[in-house]
Write a protein that binds this ligand. Sequence first.
Ligand code: SF4
Ligand code: SF4
Length: 316
Amino acid sequence: MSQDKSSDLRNDAVLDAPQLGDGPFEAPFRSPVKPAQLTLDDTIQFHCHKGIACFNECCKSIEIQLTPYDILRLKRRFDISSKEFVARYTMPFEMDHHGMPGLKLTTQPGTSACIFLEQEGCGVYEDRPAACRYYALGAMGVRKKDAGSVEDVYFLVKEAHCLGHDEPRQLTVREYRQEQGVEVYDEMNQDWRDIVIKKRTSGPTVGQPSARSMQLFDMCSYDLDSFREFVQSDGFRLIFDIDQETTDKLINEDEELLRFAMRFLKQVLYGEHTIPLKEGARDKRLDERGDVLKARREADIAAHKGKEGFEDYMPD
Ligand code: SF4
Ligand code: SF4
């Protein structure tokens, strides 16, 4: 099988009992034989290093789904805007049947090799995506029956071309995660993962999302620089009660801005109010923007079956 590093992305399922292969991302493992589930303290045998005979093989045929934090790290590495990064290095795809936008890492022209693959190895190693860090470990969140919380389980993805499994090094899943630096990626992507799961698992009860809610998801997830401009816009300041110190922090600190973007998405998509609104500002804005906005808002409310209209928050 060709290397599918999307299998390394965290996958999530809401299940009666632990089970693998159903989540917001690609199913991690299509084999009828289910791999053994591992906890953080279980030991695995795996070592990937320069000099191994299969070096670079896994990057020659890729399917890598990108997360918001992957894009932040990579666009900062190249010192380009998020829009420019997306245009140059990604390919769009739909994450679900309702058109939830996703991005995959692009490949070198005429091949399926990663755009960042070089003779010496990964050209962006320090900022490689979460999927690359996880490999050859798969991970998914499982909600057990009658349990409110999601529990992470892990498993090894074994592919014929990958010789790392034959290397005589043993370490725990916890140690492997630390070694590969996945913890900060998981922490930064946690809210986004929650949003995707909620959308995926709520299904028809939420209704078909409108095009504008998908635009909003797209901006918050993959175009942080546009979201930064939005936070500084008059329209945003008219609606949200954010002090100057917080605004300055959002403008100057990428990680803070990304966390805030996820809070914003949860507020406008799911009505989780964590960002204070200015008294009466929404009504005033609706009055000012008149009939067109009202008509659009009604259409969105209809699409969301009564859920809060994100239209109120969109930039003009
Ligand atoms: S980003 Fe690096 S590690 Fe990931 S597939 Fe591309 S070359 Fe390989
Ligand atoms: S050991 Fe596996 S992960 Fe490492 S280079 Fe070889 S194929 Fe890729």
